[in-house]
Design a protein around this ligand. Sequence first.
Ligand code: AMP
Length: 377
Amino acid sequence: MTIGILGGGQLGYMLALAGYPLGLHFRFLDPSPEAPVGRIAQRVTAEYTDHDALEKFANGLELVTYEFENVPVEAARFLAKHVRVYPPPEALEAAQDRLSEKNLFKKLGIATTSFAEVGSAAEIDKAVRKIGLPAVLKTRRMGYDGKGQWILRTAEAVEFVKREFPATPLLLENLVAFERELSILAVRSKAGETAFYPLVENHHRGGILRLSIAPAPNLSAKLQQAAELAARRVMEELNYVGVLAIEFFECNGELVANEMAPRVHNSGHWSIEGAATSQFENHLRAVMGLPLGSTATPGVSAMLNLIGEVPEAAEVLAIPDAHLHLYGKSLRPGRKVGHVTLRAANLGELKSRLEQLPGFFARPEYCLPSRPVASAG
Ligand code: AMP
C-alpha cells in the first residue's frame, strides 16, 4: 500500500520512517531535487501546480497527505478528485491564511490575540489604533519560523513599515507578554477517534523553535483540558483527519491561541522516543483509519533542534538516553538539519542530562533555560 506525501522535508522523512514497520510504502512530491526524502523513498520532482505531474503522482496511491502546509490548496483539491486527501483541503486552506485561522479560532470560542487586517500601507494607522502598540505585523500567508514578521513598538517603527510596506496582505496582532509558549499535538482518525499528547513547552529564538520540553513542566489539568477542548473544536469543525498542532501563549494561567498547523509538527518530534506512539505513527494510523496508539509519556523529554550545523555524534550519544536525528540536508545557516531528544525519568534527571550536552549547545540560541527544568527539578 503506497501513501503519497506532498512535501519532501524532514517531516515527511520521519513519517516514512514511522510507516515502514506498518508495511507502508511512500511516494513524495516536492519541487526541490534536494528534498531529503530522496534518500529513503520514491520522490517525484515537480511543481505543485503541474497537473500532469500530480495526476501521475496520484496513480495507484492509497491516499495523499502532506507534511508542508504551504502546498497550494488548489493542488490538494485537484488531487482530491483522483484520490482521498487527508487532512481535508479545507483545513489546509484555513491554516494557510492567518486571517482565516484567527477568524476560525474566534468563531469556535478559542481565545486568540486581538487582530486587524492590513491590506495596504494606508490601513496601518487604523489597525494600530485598534490593536495598540507594541504589536506584531505578520504576512497573512507563507510565513514560517518567524519569517515575514515585524515587531512594532514605536510610532517611528510604524512609519518605517508604512514606507517599506511589503506587497502582500498583512495582519496586525497585539504583542503578547506571555509567560511561556505551549503547543498541543492532537490527532483524529477517519473513524472519529481522537487522542491528545500532553502540552509541550517551547522556546524560540529568532522566530525558530530551539527547545521543547514534554510534558510541559508544572502542567495543570486545567490547561491541558483547555488545550484539548480547543483542538477538539477545530478538528470537529473541519472534519479533520490526521495530526493537528496548535501553538499557544500562556498568559495569567490561560491559553491564547497563536496559530495552528494541519500536519505533524516540530514540537512533537520528542514523541518518537518520548511517547508510547509517535506523532508520525499516529498521523499514519489516523489517515489509514487504524486504531490510534497510546499517547502516554513514560517520563519526560527535551528536544533540541539543530540549526545550520551539527554536533559531534559521539558527544551527544555518550549521554544516557540521548537520541540523534540527522535529516540528510546540506548545512546552511538558519536551516533545521536535525534534532536531539534527551529522555529521562523525571525533570531533575532531564536537567542533569541537559547539562551533559557538549559545548556546542552552550550558545544562547539553544535556549537551555534554567527555569523550565529548574522549577521542578
Ligand atoms: P509564528 O510564526 O506566529 O508562530 O511566530 C513565531 C514566534 O514569534 C512565536 O512562537 C512567538 O515566539 C513570537 N510571536 C508571534 N506572534 C506573537 C505575538 N502576537 N506576541 C508575542 N510573540 C509573538
